[in-house]
Design a protein around this ligand. Structure first.
Ligand code: ATP
Ligand code: MG
Length: 452
């Protein structure tokens, strides 16, 4: 068998195992990456030593999942998951094994793994590659293929349905025909998988280099109906002025157009028009989607909550979706730009613009210059440099100033501050203490303190 370059940090670890008479293999994604010439991510190890034996070999060991045979060793600044050889056991619920059984050989351990490209091991003591299922050939041919009988493997653990797509889009591989047919047949069983596990796979697909292909594969295998049913409604729903044939494709393409290192922006792009099918109206031959920004934000919130995304992320994504329909023209007055900033929040402007860039990409299929967006950005930059007030916090007076000036504490203070902000957004020259207190007194006397 061919020898492969062993990451040098693993040599002393392998030596410790072999000095005590144990085997030690690099397994999983790291072997696949090394064979592909990619620098590996997590270095996961497999051994015939039991978790207790591994624990006795190293000074610092965390019992990460002893019940599943896994411990984490901390060694010379690195972290390594070490799992005792295991066999595939029965998954009567299709989501987790009923029990875990240890195995005595690496071949048995590899046979429980999902895809041939993930079922290769590198013997750290002699550099030999152990590849019982033709994983190297499949890497060479760039194909994701289930180990053994695909129907059975997906029956054991339905998460593998999503993993097949995830690896295909992450690596740019095709999915073997029999494996893909089995994914289709088993699609309904994904309903048994917990929202958190589904979320983690979807996240990796969405952050992959080809989220559009992931979404198409989800659609074509009918997994989409289970994991993102809201998106299926946009299939076949047309939209004007777009190269994408339907709302679904527009969303998939927009996701691709959002930065690959930003989950919030990719999710916002994915869901920004999700309510369009509900809002569709035809007027004089034109397609209109009134209110789809607000409705899409509402649906997006439901999707992301169901998938148990963190609340902060959900709030960000929905905020961007809610505000994505701004239509800047050079006729906007400065005061209109300030009101836009006040609504969106200065800290969100660049992200909202990134969503707009993704949205345009989702219509045209490539990035194109957007002079209007650049102009709006330029005006905002000037206003920010001038420190124009766009929130109550930017005013030259605060609530206690108003109370000192005679406005009673309570809701009147907030109402007055908001009125002052409106006045200052119309005319920034008014943002000085004397002027604002004068406006505040008059506003309070005329509008708030009216005897009924
Ligand atoms: P990545 O580089 O994306 O982390 P990976 O191959 O390391 O890819 P992991 O999800 O970290 O993927 O899993 C590590 C290894 O464990 C896989 O390569 C595979 O051999 C095995 N594995 C993980 N989950 C499953 C599963 N649900 N069924 C079978 N084998 C699995
Ligand atoms: Mg991994």
């Amino acid at each position: 068998m061919a020898a492969l370059h062993i990451p040098s940090e693993l040599r002393p670890i392998a030596a410790i195992f072999s000095q005590s008479g144990y085997r030690c293999f690099l397994v999983g994604g790291a072997v696949r990456d090394l064979l592909m010439g990619i620098s590996p991510g997590d270095l996961d190890l497999a051994t015939d030593a039991t978790p207790q034996q591994v624990t006795s070999l190293f000074r610092r060991v965390i019992p990460t999942g002893v019940a599943h045979g896994t411990v984490t060793i901390l060694f010379q600044g690195g972290q390594y998951e070490v799992t005792t050889f295991r066999t595939e056991t029965t998954y009567s619920d299709g989501r987790r094994p009923d029990s875990v059984a240890f195995a005595s050989t690496i071949d048995e351990d590899l046979s429980r793994r999902d895809f041939t490209i993930n079922g290769i091991a590198l013997d750290l003591n002699n550099g030999h590659v152990v590849d019982p299922f033709g994983g190297r050939d499949d890497i060479h041919r760039r194909v994701v293929r289930a180990i053994g009988e695909p129907d059975q493997r997906f029956g054991e653990d339905a998460l593998r349905l999503l993993r097949a797509i995830r690896f295909a889009v992450k690596l740019g591989f095709s999915i073997d025909e029999d494996t893909l047919a089995a994914v289709r047949r088993a699609a309904d069983s994904i309903a048994r998988i917990s929202a958190e596990r589904v979320r983690d796979e979807l996240t990796r697909m969405i952050l992959s280099p080809d989220p559009r292909r992931a979404l198409r594969l989800l659609r074509d295998t009918q997994l989409l109906e289970h994991v993102l049913p809201e998106l299926t409604r946009g299939i076949g729903v047309p939209q004007d002025g777009s190269a994408a044939p339907d709302v679904f494709e527009h969303l998939a393409l927009s996701t691709e157009g959002a930065p690959a290192d930003r989950l919030d922006l990719r999710l916002a792009a994915l869901l920004h028009d999700v309510a369009k099918p509900d809002c569709l109206q035809e007027q004089e031959g034109a397609l209109l989607f009134y209110g789809h920004d607000e409705s899409s934000a509402t649906i997006a919130e439901g999707v992301l909550r169901r998938l148990r995304f963190p609340n902060r992320l959900i709030a960000r994504v929905c905020h961007l979706i809610r505000h994505h329909m701004f239509h800047y023209t050079d006729e906007w007055t400065d005061s209109a730009v300030r009101r836009f900033l006040a609504r969106v929040g200065g800290e969100n402007v660049e992200d909202l613009f990134a969503l707009r860039v993704a949205d345009r990409y989702g219509k045209i299929g490539r990035h194109t210059p957007d002079p209007m967006l650049d102009e709006l950005r330029g005006r905002i930059t000037e206003m920010t440099a001038r420190r124009d007030a766009v929130s109550v916090a930017d005013l030259a007076v605060n609530g206690s100033d108003l109370m000192t000036a005679g406005i009673p504490s309570g809701p009147a203070v907030g109402t007055t501050l908001r009125f002052l902000l409106e006045a200052v957004m119309d005319d920034p020259n008014q943002n000085n203490r004397a002027r604002l207190l004068e406006i505040a007194r008059r506003f309070y006397e005329d509008r708030l303190n009216v005897e009924q």
